[in-house]
Ligand binder design. Sequence first.
Ligand code: FAD
Length: 404
Amino acid sequence: MNLHNGQLFWPSTYTDEIQYQSLEENISCDVLIVGGGMSGALCGYTLGKETELDVVIIDRRKPGYGSSSATTGLFQFSCDKMLHELIEQKGEQDAVYFYQLCQNALENLKKIAENLSDDPEFREQKSLYYASTAEDADKLVREYEALKKYDFPVEYLEPQEIASRFPFSKPAALVTSGAADVNPYKFVQFLLKDAKDAGVRMYEETPLLRKTKTVHGFTCESENGTIQARYIIFATGYENDFLVQQLGAELKRSYAIATEPLPSLKTCYKEWMIWETKRPYLYMRTTKDGRIIAGGLDEDQPEAPLNDGIIEERGERIVQKIMEHLPDLSPVTSHSWCATFGESHDGLPYIGEHPNRLGEYYCLGFGGNGTVYSMLGAEVIKDLITKGFHPASRLFTIARAVSL
Ligand SMILES: Cc1cc2nc3c(=O)[nH]c(=O)nc-3n(C[C@H](O)[C@H](O)[C@H](O)COP(=O)(O)OP(=O)(O)OC[C@H]3O[C@@H](n4cnc5c(N)ncnc54)[C@H](O)[C@@H]3O)c2cc1C
């Protein structure tokens, strides 16, 4: 599957990646992680650093070149589904627990980023979530009340308060603290490097072709070698069409751009990420070197267009939207790309053991908060493998999927 097309920004920021070998022999391990993107790297890092398990990661591409090279690298506890909406869907207890889990996962991402041997450009940010229409202002009032009731760090802004901080006004907005951004490509590469230093073996250009259940686990076949593993973690992202269909997930495509560094980018904008209540939403962040990265314009097709002209045209539309918000800037696009994006049927990730195939675990962080979910998945799966239990696993069980 073609996970993205166009000019990706993040891989251009780091070219000293470790070149991993592909698998050319038969090996064994305790845990085989299939996929070396954000999910596989976080699982590998967590298991490598926090357990005695012998871990191997394989990727059919170079690690980090899947969807994780196309993400915009925003982390926050607020999800595409607002807390008050999730309360209606899942009940108060589970919805609030889920938001708290996301908040904890953010804290874990921060700790990991701070402890990596290289700098992944992790920055704590404030999130401005504005009402796109006057009707949506009511939703933000309900959301403010739900977040406030459970002590999430939130502030409600009236139109004049928004206008006093930004060169635009909107009917209402929420400000939440504790959000963050990162260079996701560096993050994945440094996670894998430190996992390797902790003993995790990584093989690139090594596709999983077949797996067979054995008495002690699995025999996993690649092109030039096999891996005997007690457990498998599938961190295969949006790619596994068959699995995605079984799970009832929806694949779309989403566009993003990076601008050239903007000398006039005010320091005050640099500490914000901005998004909105409209669906699909426009969102914006900055980078350490003063660029704006923005995305949106989701479409219902699963794969990026092969025609670069379409991607560039959508990119120009995103730049127009940046200028509507920040008219004091004159952004020039340096990169524009389009990538596949997956959403689960209920907005929650699929994490945990397959209900009918014991020993097979899934870390599929579908949704706009994919990285936060990947972190959550790494923690949940570590506990499921080492302790046989994690209190959150019932929320994310893949058994809730429509047709397994
Ligand atoms: C435009 C866009 C913007 C986004 N912005 C954000 C954001 O701001 N914040 C956020 O949290 N999330 C965001 N996301 C979502 C985010 O990109 C995903 O959550 C994340 O990249 C998923 O990581 P992953 O490791 O699960 O998947 P991937 O990075 O795709 O990794 C999966 C890996 O598995 C490998 N693989 C698959 N099948 C096999 C096989 N059979 N054998 C071997 N290897 C295999 C693939 O080669 C791939 O490298 C965004 C997504 C898009 C498209």
